[in-house]
Design a protein around this ligand. Structure first.
Ligand SMILES: Cc1cc2nc3c(=O)[nH]c(=O)nc-3n(C[C@H](O)[C@H](O)[C@H](O)COP(=O)(O)O)c2cc1C
Length: 484
């Protein structure tokens, strides 16, 4: 081949490689920023004034994609009604600026899209509202967007998460929801909670013999000299540990070696490793969240935890640690997180408390507040499996009924009757009374499982009260949920 055609051949080859390289880069960029088509993955739309919401949107996408969930981030101004109505799932991360205003780049979206009506009944969404309580209108744009989406028929996957000045606890709560959305996986914490060492003082099996998984009532005492305070509705974030025998089990697969410890006694290698090289299994395990079931004046922080096990029988990291591996009398790493979205009402209005399973925890704390204040006008509707084994805190509820704190108690036991009855059916059956209590100013608190119960209760309340009234109750903070 003569030199002239060889040179041209090389040039052509280099050009082709370069073109290929550009195409790959272009495709990757286009895929990362391409508008979300109907039904494909999760759109993470952000509205930002100073960049925080955008960085959280990118973090959110990275976390979801790492968990195997397709997701894209886009500025909210790129959305229009057509695109919105083509979505099935979306997350919104929006800040507030000015005096309760939407970030500048979202102004067009507010006027064009939120200024009109768009049927969005196929859309499920989550919303992270960034703000600062020092401003009169805290998270105003987040609330406005949430209200508009609900009025279009969109269904919240969980209640809006408000973030006061970048509060790390609220951001971890958002992550907790992302884990649920991504299929109950646990995403690594964006910021590690500053745990305190509490002591597991007591552990009681609440439902022995139940067809359902075991539920435990745990009492924890605070670190000495620590000043701890919380309100009903607040959350305990627990840092689970890999107990020695779990590591032992993992290592034992590698054979039963023994080693000399500092105290001269010989111990299985696994135990030695677990206690020396990996104290408390100090891998950065993601936190677990639990509703607090007591008040500081009780002297202990109470939790109600169901022991979860995977298809292979291995216990859940959090529930396995708390209900089995953490020794009574031993340390539990715990951090308190404020959850203003589920705090008690500031006045003495009546309360309709609705829940199932371990949701009794959050509701028990609210009943304790009412009992402390001598406030009656409380109605509990609760669902579990069997009356014989799952009448959780039966004595306490009976005492509250006797004292008049609990005006009414309705319980559904799904395994007892010929046909399963759930708490939402109790609500539907008592619709007139629910309407009467709400018209009289009552607030509704829902605590328990997101799947099944929360949606069923929401649908029952929508049938009883109507969508507009229920949305209005949410805006007035008279419809509050802690669902997980
Ligand atoms: C000029 C200015 C005005 C703000 N106005 C409000 C407000 O009215 N309500 C609120 O809750 N937060 C307000 N904030 C707080 C922001 O919403 C908060 O800092 C947020 O994290 C910023 O997120 P971004 O960087 O994505 O815009 C304001 C912040 C600034 C700088």
């Amino acid at each position: 081949m003569d030199p002239w055609s060889a040179r041209h051949l090389w040039a052509g080859l280099i050009l082709a490689i370069y073109a290929l390289f550009c195409a790959v880069i272009f495709r990757r960029h286009a895929r990362r920023n391409r508008p979300v088509g109907a039904g494909e993955g999760i759109l993470v739309a952000y509205a930002t004034q100073t960049g925080f919401a955008e960085s959280l949107a990118r973090h959110t996408v990275t976390g979801l994609v790492a968990a195997g969930q397709a997701a894209w981030a886009e500025a909210i101004d790129r959305l229009d009604a057509t695109r919105l109505s083509g979505l099935t799932r979306a997350l919104f991360i929006v800040s507030t600026t000015g005096e309760g205003d939407a970030p500048d780049h979202a102004a067009g979206f507010v006027r064009r899209v939120m200024g009109a009506t768009t049927p969005l009944s196929t859309l499920q969404y989550g919303l992270l509202a960034l703000g600062d309580r020092d401003y009169a209108q805290f998270c105003a744009f987040g609330h406005a967007l949430d209200g508009w989406l609900r009025r279009q028929g969109a269904v919240p996957l969980f209640d809006m998460v408000e973030v006061d000045n970048g509060d790390a606890g609220a951001l971890r709560h958002w992550q907790h929801h992302l884990g649920q959305i991504a299929g109950h996986v646990h995403l690594p914490d964006w910021t590690t909670p500053d745990y305190q060492e509490w002591v597991l003082a007591e552990r009681h099996h609440l439902n022995p013999g139940s067809p359902g998984a075991s539920i435990f009532h745990l009492r924890l005492t605070p670190p000495p000299q620590a000043i701890v305070d919380w309100q009903a509705g607040d959350i305990a974030e627990v840092g689970p540990c890999n107990p020695p025998d779990m590591i032992a089990a993992a290592l034992a697969d590698g054979g039963g070696d023994r080693a000399e410890t500092r105290h001269g006694r010989t111990r299985p290698l696994a135990h030695w490793l677990a206690e020396t090289i990996l104290p408390e299994g100090r891998e950065p395990l993601p936190h677990r969240e639990y509703s607090i079931a007591s008040l500081p004046s009780d002297g202990t922080l109470d939790l109600v935890v169901r022991r979860m096990a995977g298809p292979d029988g291995r216990l859940g990291l959090g529930s396995g640690w708390l209900t089995r591996h953490a020794p009574v009398g031993g340390p539990v790493r715990l951090r308190l997180r404020r959850n203003p979205g589920f705090h008690p009402p500031t006045d003495d209005r009546r309360l309709i408390l609705v829940g199932n399973g371990t949701g009794i925890a959050g509701l028990r704390a609210h009943l304790k507040v009412r009992a402390r204040a001598g406030l009656g006008g409380n109605w509990l509707l609760f669902g579990e499996r069997t009356a014989a084994h799952d009448s959780l805190f039966d004595d306490e509820l009976a005492a509250w009924q006797a004292s008049g704190i609990l005006t009414r108690l309705d319980r559904a036991f799904s395994r007892d009757g010929a046909r399963p009855v759930y708490v939402q059916q109790l609500l539907a059956a008592a619709g007139d009374t629910v309407m009467e209590w709400v018209q009289d100013g009552a607030a509704i608190y829902v605590c328990g499982s997101l799947e099944g119960m929360a949606a069923g209760v929401h649908a029952a309340l929508t049938d009883i009260l109507g969508q507009d009234t229920l949305e209005e109750l949410a805006v007035q903070r008279r419809y509050r949920r802690d669902v997980y």
